[in-house]
Write a new protein. Structure first.
Length: 450
């Protein structure tokens, strides 16, 4: 058994034990609250912005009739969004929903069994915690959290309540990624020796909302409720609608893109978080008032904490300023590589017979293998949806009924939150950042980073 497979088994064993402990702690009333196999599951929407309308609502609607799920309410603190959201839901799903002003009103309703949450990045964990503490299952967009306080709060609430939570890292429900995970688990790939990841676009308007910002007036929303547990500052429509550009509402690239890709590293390797992270970058081109970098490179070290001679490195780079390279996820072993962009296993870069013979070794080359075609995940005609989100949404719906652990569980969300928090600390301190397993704290310069 390889080190990575052993580590994976230990991590999954610990996760199963935590899930079992949660199940034992459920009360009779908890079981009574589970939706019956044939009962309609009534769902509320929390935050009806672009992600909700472009991905989650279409994905939900693709499976709602078959799975007997129905939208009943939409909660958004901006009056424009909740009214437009209600109209959009009716158009896409056919469901007539009630707009409510905030989540307190939503959870006071007796006709909401579960919720879809797609709010600002910094709100996900707190909104997820609200949902499960109110007795609702939840589909919660990524990132799970970019502070460890929020990550620990949400994780503890899910375990305490036993509610079904799916995190929006939809690769976990995507067939090619599932096949890649199984292939690595089989041992055929060998130990991971290196991972290279990129997410490059050339989009000055990415995460900008210049046409919408002038429409938002403070009197039409609830700014204090928007801020949640973040420090108070005067109303700022850009930080409300273009939150991905401003800390502490988002870290930008790490919050939005890194978590998708680093999640696969945890999944494929079995390691729940990096040993260390360093990062560099800046705002090199788009001088539009943003605070979060338009270009970033981060280097992650993974491996067993008790043996620093073993492990592998992840190089992650992302930029808004040139799209060459696109989105790539390349996993390397001594025998070849897995290219998740092309969904193939290849012997590229493996140990050839000539190079091996120089050291009286045997060649080490993978056999080529296709991981499949993800376009077959969904045959839905709605062009606003995407197959990966559709598959992740369906898995959540199935788990709401079966009470099984979803593919993108809270443990997966907690793990990507650790990597994210470490990355944020590396950006903000310029130091090499580590993680203390005993205290579950991010460490920078030998001190707890908060």
């Amino acid at each position: 058994m390889t080190l990575q497979n052993k580590n994976r088994r230990e991590f999954l064993k610990a996760s199963s034990a935590a899930a079992a402990a949660t199940a034992v702690s459920w009360s009779a009333s908890s079981y009574a609250a589970i939706v019956g196999a044939n009962d309609r599951v009534r769902v509320g929407v929390v935050g009806c912005g672009d992600r909700m309308k472009q991905a989650l609502i279409p994905a939900f609607s693709q499976h709602a009739k078959e799975m007997n799920f129905q939208f009943v309410a939409v909660s958004d603190i901006w009056n424009r969004r909740r009214e437009e959201g209600a109209a959009y839901i009716q158009k896409v799903s056919g469901d007539t929903v009630t707009p409510v002003r905030n989540n307190d009103e939503l959870y006071a309703r007796k006709d909401v069994d579960a919720v879809l949450i797609a709010t600002a990045d910094f709100q996900h964990a707190r909104h997820g915690t609200e949902a499960v503490n109110a007795g609702r299952d939840a589909y919660v967009e990524k990132p799970t959290a970019h502070t460890m306080d929020d990550a620990r709060l949400f994780r503890a609430a899910v375990h305490k309540t036993g509610k079904i939570v799916q995190v929006g890292t939809q690769r976990r429900s995507t067939p090619s990624y599932q096949r890649a995970a199984e292939y690595i688990k089989s041992g055929k790939f060998g130990d991971i020796v290196m991972v290279e990841m990129t997410w490059n676009v050339n989009q000055p308007g990415r995460w900008r909302r210049p046409d919408v910002v002038p429409l938002l007036k403070e009197e039409d929303t609830d700014w204090k409720r928007y801020l949640m547990n973040r420090p108070f500052e005067p109303f700022n429509a850009r930080k409300y609608l273009e939150f991905r550009l401003f800390w502490p509402y988002s870290s930008g690239i790490p919050d939005q893109w890194l978590v998708h890709q680093i999640d696969t590293v945890h999944w494929f390797s079995g390691y729940p978080h990096p040993r260390s992270v360093v990062a560099n970058g800046g705002i090199y081109l788009w001088k539009d008032g943003r605070q979060n970098w338009d270009t970033m490179t981060a280097v992650f070290d993974y491996g067993p904490l008790d043996d620093l001679t073993k492990g592998f490195q992840v190089q992650y780079s992302s930029r808004f300023t040139n799209s060459a390279g696109g989105v790539k996820e390349l996993y390397y072993s001594n025998a070849g590589m897995i290219d998740m962009d092309k969904q193939k296993v290849t012997p590229d870069g493996g140990l050839t017979a000539k190079s091996a013979a120089e050291m009286k070794m045997q060649a080490n080359l993978l056999q080529g293998l296709s991981l499949g075609n993800d376009a077959a995940v969904s045959t839905a005609a709605d062009t606003h949806g995407d197959p990966q989100t559709s598959a992740n949404m369906r898995n959540w719906m199935e788990c709401v009924r079966s009470r099984k652990t979803p593919n993108a569980s809270i443990e997966a969300g907690y793990s990507h939150s650790i990597a994210l928090c470490m990355n944020v600390a590396a950006i903000q301190t310029g130091q090499k950042v580590t993680f203390d397993d005993k205290t579950q704290q991010v460490m920078a310069g030998g001190k707890v980073y908060a």
